[in-house]
Write a protein that binds this ligand. Structure first.
Ligand code: C5P
Length: 218
């Protein structure tokens, strides 16, 4: 049986997480936050004091790590039984995730873990290569983007709201650096998947983006 999949790819900070979660809830489909898999690996690597260029150790950790996801109102992730949710969203984790995610061997190991999320009645999958590599046969594909400036502004506001000290200039530079790494890597780079509908969220509200995505599926 063909299990329907809606893929939502795009650069960091475009609103994929918020939109994907809301759409999955409305459709009553499962939700895959693939970035959290790379982020979990980054946490495991940083915790083991393994250098980010030590490929053999990183692949060993990727193969051995046990991940559990509770996809309720908020995503809870356990790594080898330990709740790592609080560390998932930090800039350190995100930047390290984009470094380990550039290794083809790492991506190969994590591929099946992602495919396993495809269960009835359907799946909303959010990431960089959901429509191009992990679920190329997805029925619905969205490429959600926004200008780097707008994405940096949103990230800055989020951090300030959480009471975390932030520097807009530094965030903009990190976002541009992460975009460059995600787009230029040889394996599964961030691209607009074939057959995807592009939505630029720069001047849209979250609700407008959710409506646009839901219209595509219904
Ligand atoms: O989406 P999120 O910011 O959580 O992803 C963290 C990093 O993981 C990204 O910058 C990207 O390098 C990597 N990633 C990936 N492929 C995915 C999802 C995330 O390479 N499908």
């Amino acid at each position: 049986m063909n299990i329907p999949v809606l893929t939502i790819d795009g650069p960091s900070g475009a609103g994929k997480g918020t939109v994907s979660r809301a759409v999955a809830k409305l459709l009553e489909w499962h939700y895959l936050d693939s970035g959290s898999i790379y982020r979990s690996l980054a946490i495991a690597v940083l915790q083991s004091d393994v250098a980010l260029d030590n490929l053999s150790q990183i692949t060993a950790i990727a193969g051995a790590m046990q991940l559990e996801f509770d996809c309720g109102e908020v995503l809870v992730v356990r790594l080898d039984g330990v709740d790592i949710t609080a560390q998932l969203g930090t800039e350190t984790t995100g930047n390290a995730a984009s470094i380990v995610a550039a290794y083809p061997a790492v991506r190969a190991i994590l591929l099946q873990k992602q495919k396993d999320f495809r269960r009835l009645p359907g799946l909303v999958a959010d990431g960089r290569d959901m429509g191009s590599v992990v679920f190329p046969d997805a029925e619905y594909k969205v490429y959600l983007t926004a200008s780097a400036e707008e994405r940096a502004n949103r990230r800055y506001k989020q951090l300030i709201e959480k009471g975390i000290d932030a520097n807009l200039f530094q965030i903009t530079r990190e976002i541009e650096e992460r975009d460059r790494r995600d787009q230029e890597r040889a394996t599964a780079p961030l691209t607009v998947p074939e057959g995807a509908t592009t939505i630029d969220s720069s001047s849209l509200s979250i609700q407008q983006v959710i409506d646009a995505v839901i219209n595509l599926v219904r």
